[in-house]
Design a protein around this ligand. Structure first.
Ligand code: TEU
Length: 563
């Protein structure tokens, strides 16, 4: 057991958390001013999405200088104050490291533009496809599509070659096969560790080793290859991660580490998170995030998810990492829509109960739970009705391409409304005032129209709120060891209404029974006997009025029982 095994993580998207200077964009002093709120919630670790110098083509996931805080967010001194303020309240601070690519404005990339530069090899510069004139259609070195639309190669007329960008053109991929690149990145992270940072979240980190030579993959009808497995988990990935772990001192200094991994499966995750391999503490996986899209399509191709599928995916990860690795538990982050709108019921009638039940179900699984800002007060999707309201590069690229291809605007808006990353990026709602207490100025992204009802101040004041339910879940994890170390077993796997499981240790069994639908449900057959159980946490009162532990469950009711 290490310290982060019974920790709860809180993710902050700095742009949208708290704005101290009225420019409409959140900043580090704003975060400092809200540290007491986080301590009050009881979280152990705060993860900040990127705060470094950036042209903000992808809101900081395009870094132009890893050693300096972007002026939009504050100064390096503000970061020191944040580290210090977190530590004084018993919380750890974790930074987001985007190491697969830099910004095209990073001096390394600017330098690499010259063919004679020693840094040419720091990125993937490649000539045109043999037999093609550079810069003409189809001359790209491979047929790869970029994650944010279009091709993954940008032509540079100056040198007559192309550079690789798996994301936006402003995010050229770094070549980790060059040892100087790795040394430079590792040294930079050591400087942060020396400054008191407690660990890192690594962006798309299983893409840093690519299979060489870079080659075409299976093409879709449009001629492009959309299969990210070609660029993930390459032949040197374990070597690179183990090097990074050693050089930065991750295992040695007991630092927090979680790697975001596109396309990762359980078998690979076991290897990445096996402490004996000294690579990473946890991985952020995507299997459960793909259940509400057409399997043959992209995230924008909507379809309803089935509860049984979600349970089986989560149980597969619970079982697959048991006794070896460690799970990262999440339903939300800055790339995903709001969970209460996606998996719960965000109508006024059931929003609170469903947000609590999603939290109960997730937080009592085995692993380390991650809360994304606003999730703890049950914030909903943005509810945008106009393309003009969106800011996200991925969303806008999709919308323009889809409209250009003739998709009707209502369908485009429906996909964005369900899946756009901006759903999670609207400002944190602190109170019911004009800009939700986020900023004195005009917020960079509109605040949710429902902020009068859904905000932190009213949740703190209401003992039955989503916020107080989160506090209790976090406290339960800290107080009851079986939450951290219990063996997981899924119950009633194929039931489409109930999510139930046990966590068992030598001296305790915890039973979680959650009604994941907007109708009342009878207590199902096939659960353990609860005659002598104690209710440790519930979303609804169960005493009196004929209600009992094994009685009917209200819509979105969950019960946590110690047997
Ligand atoms: O995301 C990686 C990633 O695969 C995203 O494309 C994500 O799956 C997508 O947004 C969901 O549709 C990471 C960061 O979390 C994201 O914010 C960055 O934009 C991306 O890497 C590039 O750095």
């Amino acid at each position: 057991m290490t310290w982060w095994h019974n920790a709860v993580v809180y993710q902050i998207y700095p742009r949208s958390f708290a704005d101290s200077d009225g420019d409409g964009v959140g900043d580090l002093p704003g975060i400092v001013s809200r540290l007491d709120y986080l301590a009050g919630l009881g979280v152990d670790v705060v993860w900040l999405s990127p705060i470094f110098t950036s042209p903000m083509e992808d809101n900081g996931y395009d870094v132009a200088d890893y050693d300096n805080v972007d002026p939009l967010f504050g100064t390096n001194g503000d970061l020191d104050a944040l580290i210090d303020g977190s530590h004084r309240r018993g919380m750890k601070l974790v930074l987001d490291m985007v190491l697969n690519h830099t910004s095209s404005q990073h001096p390394w990339f600017i330098d690499s533009r010259s063919k004679s530069s020693v840094k040419r090899d720091w990125y993937y510069w490649r000539p045109a496809r043999p037999g093609f004139t550079p810069g003409t259609p189809g001359a790209e070195p491979t047929n790869w599509a970029a994650f944010f639309g279009g091709r993954a190669w940008e032509y540079d007329p100056e040198s007559g070659e192309y550079y690789l960008h798996l994301f936006a053109p402003g995010q050229p991929d770094l070549n980790w096969d060059n040892p100087d690149v790795r040394q430079e990145l590792f040294a930079m992270m050591r400087r942060y560790v020396d400054r008191g940072v407690d660990g890192f979240r690594f962006d798309v980190v299983n893409m840093v080793s690519k299979t060489l030579p870079l080659a075409d993959g299976p093409a879709a009808p449009d001629g492009l290859c959309y299969d990210p497995s070609l660029v993930a988990d390459g032949p040197r990935i374990h070597e690179f991660l183990a090097d990074m772990n050693r050089e930065v001192g991750i295992s040695q200094r007991d630092l927090f580490s979680v790697g975001e991994m596109v396309m990762v499966d359980v078998e690979k995750a076991r290897v990445y998170t096996d402490p004996g391999n000294r690579e990473l503490g946890m991985v952020i996986s995507f299997d459960h995030m793909g259940l509400d899209q057409d399997p043959a399509g992209l995230k924008w191709d909507l379809r309803p998810y089935r509860l049984a599928d979600l349970k089986h995916v989560l149980a597969h990860w619970q079982d697959g990492l048991a006794g070896v690795g460690w799970n990262c538990l999440y339903l939300e982050n800055h790339d995903q829509p709001r969970s209460v709108s996606r998996f719960g019921d965000d109508s006024p009638q059931y929003r609170v109960a469903s947000a609590k039940t999603l939290a109960t179900t997730l937080h009592l699984l085995g692993g380390t739970p991650f809360i994304y800002q606003g999730e703890e007060i049950g914030m909903t999707n943005a509810g945008f009705t106009d393309l003009e309201q969106y800011r996200d590069v991925e969303s806008l690229n999709f919308a323009h391409a889809a409209l250009g291809a003739g998709l009707p605007e209502p369908a485009v808006l429906a996909s964005l409304g369900a899946k756009s990353r901006d759903n999670a990026r609207t400002p944190m709602c602190w109170d019911g005032s004009a800009s939700a207490g986020f900023s004195e100025g005009t917020p960079w992204l509109p605040v949710n129209a429902n902020h009068g009802d859904i905000n932190a101040a009213s949740d703190i004041a209401d003992p039955d709120s989503v916020y107080h339910h989160y506090r209790k879940l976090i406290a339960l994890r800290h107080e009851v060891p079986v939450v951290t170390n219990g063996h997981f077993e899924l119950l009633l796997g194929d039931d489409e209404r109930i999510f139930a499981y046990t966590r068992t240790s030598d001296d305790a069994t915890l039973l979680v029974v959650a009604n994941w639908c907007s109708q009342p449900t009878t207590w199902p057959d096939g659960l353990p006997d609860v005659t002598n159980a104690t209710l440790v946490l519930g979303t609804h009162p169960v005493t009196g009025n004929g209600r009992e532990l094994a009685g009917e469950l209200a819509a979105w009711e969950s019960r946590v029982l110690l047997l």
